[in-house]
Design a protein around this ligand. Structure first.
Ligand code: ZN
Length: 431
């Protein structure tokens, strides 16, 4: 170990020397407006990654997730996996970044796809979430390859589609096909913007559902001849306010979820529609609503079972069946993901933790994300548990106007990634 220390310093210096390259790579990625939906310019972004990594002797696979939501000839769901084999057998370390960005929205001071560098920050849609992280992982790996050309195992870098819309044309598809699954890969780092000194172990669970109440149509001047689905829905919402939401606030997780408010179970009523259809500018027809629909977004904790989460809502609805005349409903599942949390002692967590303490001279903070990201597919479909999110950028800036990533943050987290990759490949500990 005695002569390892200066050598690791050399690796870190090598990462630092690539700062200009890191800026340019981030800017080049951000300037391709891979807006999703609909999934614009994926091909251009994949091409940029292909040419860069092919030049560095990576073996390239470009995989189109055919038949997944949104995939067609105009907007093919394209993914790239670049792999570089070492000189002998060993584990595979995989960096996974999504290449899609959400639409820029309004309120920008600069063009969101100009990727301007101002005072050490690169501004633009996708700088923080997560092209800065993708660029940092590429620079980390390139520095490592220069520093240690003779290494065991293999290194992979992927750029994947559609994370912002659920990942079905990206990581979910690749996990199903065995690309992002055991036994092909062993350790995964997802450079999502969780802040450079934090390790994100996983995420809370999600249950989306659509609830509809039914009524009987009648003339609006004689509502007593009909039965209002909206009034029935009001009764449901009242039960939520009086009973369900207060009981969710009592459920607090041991998961280190950030921000603090998300340590509880939560329910968001995503939307509500009832009666006359929206979008008509004329005078409304006088009708009693025969249907009212809401979409529920329920986030749950590792201590809760999905079946219990559903039962809470169902039993409340069954109660209304008994207490309210003519109450009827339908409840449809839209989407569900169970919580995921990697063990704090898992190899990828420990090696990134040592990287963080080396680079920042302090212990990392372990966190869990309030919302889900592609780790869910790697865990559930790919059956790989040794997976975390770790990357530069401030989480709160994601999806906002004037999103940016700090250049120093990118360089520092690239150092952490380089150390972690070295440890995971070699089985050595750097301290
Ligand atoms: Zn992201």
């Amino acid at each position: 170990m005695s002569n390892l220390k200066p050598s690791i310093d050399k690796l870190l210096a090598l990462v630092e020397s690539k700062e200009e390259e890191l800026i340019q790579l981030t800017q080049a990625l951000v300037r391709i407006p891979t807006i999703n939906p609909p999934g614009d310019y994926y091909g251009d972004c994949i091409e940029l990654l292909r040419s860069r990594l092919e030049d560095r002797d990576f073996e390239i696979n470009i995989i189109r997730a055919e038949g997944t939501p949104g995939d067609d000839e105009q907007y093919p769901r394209l993914n790239i996996i670049a792999r570089k084999e070492g000189s002998r057998s060993g584990p595979c370390v995989h960096f996974n970044s999504h290449i899609d960005v959400v639409p820029p929205g309004l309120g920008w001071d600069e063009d969101p796809f100009d990727a301007k560098l101002i005072d050490g920050k690169i501004f633009g849609r996708g700088t923080c979430d997560m092209k800065g992280g993708l660029a940092a992982s590429i620079i980390a790996v390139e520095a490592l390859l220069e520093w240690m050309p003779d290494y065991p195992g293999s290194i992979e870098i992927s750029g994947t589609a559609d994370e912002e819309t659920g990942g079905y044309g990206g990581v979910a598809y690749l996990a199903e096909k065995g690309w992002m699954a055991v036994p092909r890969i062993d350790h995964v780092i997802i450079p999502e913007p969780l802040n450079k000194d934090r390790i994100c172990l996983g995420h809370r669970g999600v249950w989306w559902s659509e609830l509809e109440t039914f009524g009987t149509v009648a003339h609006g001047s004689m509502p007593f001849l009909g039965d209002s689905a909206i009034r029935h829905m009001t009764a449901v919402l009242d039960e939520f306010e009086q009973k369900l939401i207060p009981s969710l606030q009592q459920k607090v997780t041991a998961m280190p979820v950030v921000p603090e408010g998300a340590k509880q179970s939560t329910l968001n009523i995503n939307s509500i529609h009832g009666g006359l259809a929206e979008g008509f500018a004329g005078f409304p027809a006088p009708l009693v609503a025969d249907s009212c629909r809401i979409v529920l977004d329920r986030r749950f904790l590792i201590e809760e079972q999905l079946s219990e989460v559903k039962l809470e809502v169902l039993s409340l609805l069954e109660g209304l069946m008994k207490s309210r005349e003519n109450f009827s409903y339908s409840l449809k599942d839209l989407f569900e993901v169970v919580p995921s949390m990697t063990d704090q002692n898992a190899p990828v967590v420990q090696s990134v933790a040592r990287g963080i303490s080396r680079v920042f001279d302090r212990e990392p903070q372990y966190v869990v994300s309030p919302g889900t990201y592609d780790q869910k597919h790697i865990d559930r479909i790919g059956k790989l548990k040794d997976c975390i999110a770790y990357g530069p950028g401030i989480l709160d800036l994601a999806h906002q106007a004037n999103e940016y990533v700090g250049v120093t943050d990118m360089v520092e987290s690239a150092k952490v990634m380089a150390i972690a990759t070295y440890e995971l490949l070699s089985g050595e500990q750097t301290e």
